[in-house]
Design a protein around this ligand. Structure first.
Ligand SMILES: [Zn+2]
Length: 297
């Protein structure tokens, strides 16, 4: 956990709050629709009550961000997960929220890259320059984010998975892993020149590109500054980011295999105690989708 002495956004020193990287509302949603406790994917045998937090922002900035998170929850996140809507008109709140989301993740990832390495100097310089652009925009010191792009990809239920990748995908329970998890990180494919932050919020996937190779195809996913519309249909992507979705799935499968016998027993008991009501939990449908996908192949 990082603990900063000054606010990462406005730079004021003093009372720095524990901030969520991915908004609280997403964690709350996962908790409300989970049968038992949420499991921290870093340590599956130790159920946690909350999602990742760092000391990052002062109270003023935290409250300021909160306004945009609430807008996102009410207008996009909840209606989408409740399957009430797949067509969303938006205003300036959305672009600001997506920028704040990726910026928080990027800020912490830069500290990691500086400390532990893992990317080349050019990529690191691009990330640092991008962080400055995003921060200026978030502080209302500029009204655009230059070449940087925000995209939302509504990860649809997979109907078809073909080829070698399809075969692998079926072993990975894509529905349970993507729809039941929250993750956010920055990745640089330096060989092709694509740098981005990806955040998965239970199937609503946000990607912010700092650098994008010409081979990237993203149709009906871009969010503009100001007013616009985005639909959870007719989205098409041909992207290296597909690797990341696969890696998220693989990682979750690997972590699940580390569950202790004791923890498995506790989960079994909890599912038993829920009994027939299990149908009311989202995870039930996700499991069915995974089984169907397996049988279809
Ligand atoms: Zn601040």
């Amino acid at each position: 956990m990082y603990k900063l002495n000054a606010c990462a956004l406005c730079g004021k020193t003093g009372d720095i709050k524990l901030s969520h990287i991915i908004p609280k509302l997403v964690g709350r949603r996962l908790k409300k629709t989970s049968i038992g406790k949420i499991r921290n994917i870093e340590n599956v045998n130790n159920p946690v009550q909350d999602i990742e937090k760092h000391y990052l922002l002062c109270d003023t900035c935290e409250k300021f961000f909160n306004k945009y998170e609430t807008w996102f929850a009410n207008n996009i996140f909840n209606p989408y997960l409740n399957k009430e809507k797949d067509d969303f008109d938006y205003d300036e709140h959305l672009h600001y929220f997506l920028t704040s989301l990726s910026w928080r993740s990027l800020y912490l990832d830069i500290m990691d890259f500086v400390q532990y390495g893992g990317i080349g100097i050019e990529a690191l310089q691009c990330l640092i320059a991008s962080e400055e652009i995003l921060r200026s925009y978030l502080l209302n010191k500029r009204n655009d984010i230059g070449q940087i792009e925000n995209h939302i990809f509504f990860y649809d239920r997979i109907q078809k998975a073909t080829g070698e990748f399809g075969k692998e995908l079926k072993q990975l329970h894509p529905h349970t892993s993507i729809f039941r998890s929250i993750n956010s990180y920055t990745n640089c494919y330096e060989n092709v020149g694509t740098f981005f932050t990806i955040t998965n919020m239970m199937g609503l996937i946000v990607v912010t590109f700092y650098k994008k190779s010409i081979d990237e195809k993203w149709i009906n996913t871009k969010v503009e500054i100001g007013k616009g519309n985005i639909k959870a249909r007719n989205q098409y992507i041909a992207s290296i980011v597909g690797n990341d979705l696969k890696e998220i799935m693989e990682y979750i499968e690997e972590q699940k295999s580390k569950l202790s016998e004791n923890q498995k027993e506790i989960i079994k008991k909890r599912i038993k105690s829920v009994g027939n009501n299990i149908k009311n939990y989202d995870i039930f449908q996700n499991m069915i989708d995974d089984i169907n996908l397996k049988n279809r192949g």
